[in-house]
Design a binder for this molecule. Structure first.
Ligand code: ADP
Ligand code: ASP
Ligand code: MG
Length: 431
C-alpha cells in the first residue's frame, strides 16, 4: 500500500458499508488498518454500518411504526455504526493491535438538533487525541453525533459517514482523509450504469461538489463542502484493491498530467431520489411564487430545480414545477393542499418516477455548444427532457426514471468519456 508506506503521518480512514458487509470483510479491513498503523501512522478509522444495515433498520422501523419520531429513528439508526465500530475494534485487538471504538458523541461530534439531517457545529476530539497519544487505533462510528442543545443522539443524513471522516480529519489536523469504498475511486459516471466509465485520477473540489450535488453518491455532498472549506485532501479508493484511486483537491494546476485534460466534461451524474411537483393554474400575480416556496420552506424541505411556465393569455394562470427529495413528497403535497385557497391554484400533480442527469465540467466555461451536444445526444436515444437547470460548470435535466440509464450512457459517449476497460465494482448492492 503505497499510501501507507509514508511513516509518522496522522491519517483518517473511512470504510463504507459494502467494505464491512460481513465478518470476513471486517477482518479483511482490520488487516488493512493494521498495515497503516504498522507503517508508523497514527490511525483514526471512521466506520459505516455493515452492508445495508441502515436500510434494514429503516424498513424495520416502518414495520413497527409508519411515522416514527425522528428522535427515536436516530437512536435506532446510530446502532448500525456502533455495531461495526465495536466489531472492528475486536478484530483489530485479535490481530494484536490496540484499538478502541467510540460513538460519534464520545468522539466529540457536536451537531445541531435536527434529527435525520443534523449538521456538525463543532468537533471536540479529546478522547481520540488521548487514544492516539497512547498508541491506540481509534475507531469512530460514522454518520452520528450529539446535539449541543438537546444532548440527544443525532444522525447527519444518509451517506454522511464520509462527512464524519472529513470533519475529524480537519479537527485532528490529519495529513489525508482516505475514503475506502467498493469502486476504485471517482469515475466519469457511476460504474454500475456505464461499463466504460473511467477513473478520474484527480478532481477539483468544485467539480466534485457539483457531481456530489447531482447524485454521484461516491462522496457525500457535505463531506466535499467541508473538505473544501477546511482544505482537507480527500483520497477516494477501493478497500478491495491497491489501485491508486482519486485525489480531490483544490490545486490550480490540477489538470497537469491528467488524462482528462482535454475533456470538456469531467463526469456525468444521476439522481433517482427526487420527485416533481407541479402546481398548475397558479394566478399570475405578484407574490404567488413566494407563497408557494414559503410553504415548502416552512416544512423544512429543500427545493432543487424550479421551472415556471409563461402564463396562458386566456386564463392568466401559470404552472410552477419544482423538484424536492422523494422522502419529503407527502409532506410537501399535504402542506400545499392545505394552502390551496390561499394560493388559488387549480391542481397539484406529483410524480416520483423521474430522474436527474447532469453533465459537469470546468471545460464548459470555455467551450460553447455543450448544451446543444448534450440535448442532441439525449434526442438520439429518444429521451424527453422535462426540466433543465444550469450552473457555470453544470447542465442538469429531469427525465423519466426509466430513461436515466440511457441518458447517462448517451451523455458519457457524446463527450468522449468512454474508456476501453470495463470499470470494476467490487461489492455492494447499489442500494
Ligand atoms: P460506501 O458504502 O463505501 O459509502 P456508496 O454506495 O455510498 O459506498 O458509494 C459508492 C458507490 O457510488 C459506487 O458503488 C457507485 O455505484 C456509486 N457512484 C455513483 N457515481 C459514481 C462515480 N461518479 N464514481 C464512482 N462511484 C459512483
Ligand atoms: N450508514 C449510513 C447510511 O447508510 C451512513 C453511511 O454509510 O455513510 O446512510
Ligand atoms: Mg457512501
Amino acid at each position: 500500500m503505497a499510501e501507507n508506506e509514508r511513516t509518522g503521518k496522522r491519517i483518517v480512514q473511512k470504510y463504507g458499508g459494502s467494505s464491512v458487509a460481513d465478518a470476513d470483510s471486517i477482518k479483511r479491513v482490520a488487516r488493512r488498518i493494521l498495515a497503516a498503523k504498522q507503517a508508523g501512522n497514527d490511525v483514526v478509522v471512521v466506520i459505516s454500518a455493515m452492508g445495508d444495515t441502515t436500510d434494514d433498520l429503516m424498513d424495520l422501523a416502518q414495520q413497527v411504526s409508519p411515522d416514527p419520531k425522528p428522535r427515536e429513528l436516530d437512536m435506532l439508526l446510530t446502532t448500525g455504526e456502533r455495531q461495526s465500530a465495536a466489531l472492528l475494534a475486536m478484530a483489530l485487538n485479535d490481530l494484536g493491535a490496540r484499538a478502541l471504538s467510540y460513538t460519534g458523541s464520545q468522539a466529540g461530534v457536536i451537531t445541531t438538533a435536527q434529527h435525520g439531517n443534523a449538521r456538525i457545529i463543532n468537533i471536540t476530539p479529546g478522547r481520540i487525541e488521548k487514544a492516539l497519544s497512547l498508541g491506540y487505533i481509534a475507531i469512530v462510528a460514522g454518520f452520528q453525533g450529539v446535539s449541543e442543545a438537546t444532548k440527544d443522539v443525532t444522525t447527519l443524513g444518509r451517506g454522511a459517514s464520509d462527512t464524519t471522516a472529513v470533519a475529524l480529519a480537519a479537527a485532528l489536523g490529519a495529513e489525508v482523509c482516505e475514503i475506502y469504498t467498493d469502486v476504485d475511486g471517482v469515475f466519469t459516471a457511476d460504474p454500475r450504469i456505464v461499463k466504460g466509465a473511467r477513473r478520474i485520477p484527480e478532481i477539483s473540489y468544485e467539480e466534485m461538489l457539483e457531481l456530489a450535488a447531482c447524485g454521484a453518491k461516491v462522496l457525500h455532498l457535505r463531506c466535499v463542502e467541508y473538505a473544501r472549506r477546511e482544505g482537507v485532501a480527500v483520497h477516494v479508493r477501493s478497500s478491495f484493491s491497491d489501485n491508486p484511486g482519486t485525489i480531490v483537491t483544490g490545486h490550480a494546476d490540477l489538470k497537469k498530467g491528467n488524462a482528462m485534460e482535454e475533456a470538456v466534461i469531467s463526469g456525468v451524474a444521476h439522481d433517482r431520489t427526487e420527485a416533481k411537483i407541479t402546481v398548475a393554474g397558479v394566478p399570475d400575480q405578484v407574490g404567488k411564487a413566494a407563497a408557494i416556496f414559503r410553504i415548502i420552506a416552512a416544512s423544512d424541505i429543500n427545493v432543487d430545480m424550479i421551472v415556471q411556465n409563461v402564463s396562458e393569455v386566456a386564463t392568466g394562470a401559470t404552472d410552477i414545477t419544482f423538484t424536492i427529495p422523494k422522502t419529503d413528497g407527502k409532506r410537501a403535497v399535504d402542506a400545499l393542499n392545505a394552502a390551496r385557497d390561499e394560493i388559488g391554484f387549480a391542481e397539484l400533480r406529483y410524480d416520483d418516477q423521474i430522474g436527474k442527469v447532469a453533465v459537469v465540467g470546468v471545460g464548459m466555461r470555455t467551450h460553447p455548444g455543450v448544451t446543444a451536444r448534450f440535448f442532441e445526444a439525449l434526442a438520439r436515444v429518444g429521451v424527453n427532457i422535462s426540466m433543465i437547470s444550469t450552473s457555470e460548470i453544470r447542465i442538469s435535466v429531469v427525465v423519466d426514471a426509466a430513461d436515466v440509464d440511457a441518458a447517462v450512457q448517451a451523455a458519457h459517449t457524446e463527450f468522449g468519456l468512454d474508456g476501453a476497460e470495463e470499470a470494476v465494482v467490487y461489492a455492494g448492492t447499489g442500494r
